[in-house]
Ligand binder design. Sequence first.
Ligand code: GRF
Length: 200
Amino acid sequence: MVLVSGSGTNLQALIDASTSPDYGVEIVAVGSDRPGILALERAEKHGVETFVLETSSYADRASWDIDLAAKVEGFDPDLVVLAGFMKLAGPAFLALFGGRTLNTHPALSPSFPGMHGPRDALAYGVKITGATLFVVDEGVDTGPIVAQVAVPVLDDDDEDTLHERIKASERAMLVEWVGKLARENFHIDDRAVRLGGAPT
Ligand code: GRF
């Protein structure tokens, strides 16, 4: 199950990988908080079921969160991947999918959490940034880290060129690790994400 809000290049990378049976991942549905986005077109083109739940259709964020959790539960996913999903997972969602929801952030956590990772990295003047795949918790980009990839910041970068460079590495990391986690299972030991089921 993949949740999206934007152009869906991360989703596309997962779709492409999932066409190989060896990858061991089936995308059961794609959900969004916005209609009319390219990510939904990508899913539909691939024949994956889609849905849209807009926060503006709800009286408050809590009701949206409850409906999102119920909608996702209907697909009975093993893993939920937030691939450029620009909303925070709420308590109802985390009650059902905490510990098996992954998110990708275009910065090297714990630096530059939030909506503008590439912009904030540029503004700070770091020479290396990157992307972080993590298990979602109630914070903003704070969950246990699955994998990270480093990406150089070039002198003539603007926010778009830097974000595009990050996204190329981010997609490869996402595909590699979603496959590994799905095929080998994983557990979380304190903040360490380890492949394999929990030790008995
Ligand atoms: C990614 O960089 C993701 O980390 C960030 O937004 C971007 C989504 O890109 N939150 P796309 O929609 O997968 O192309």
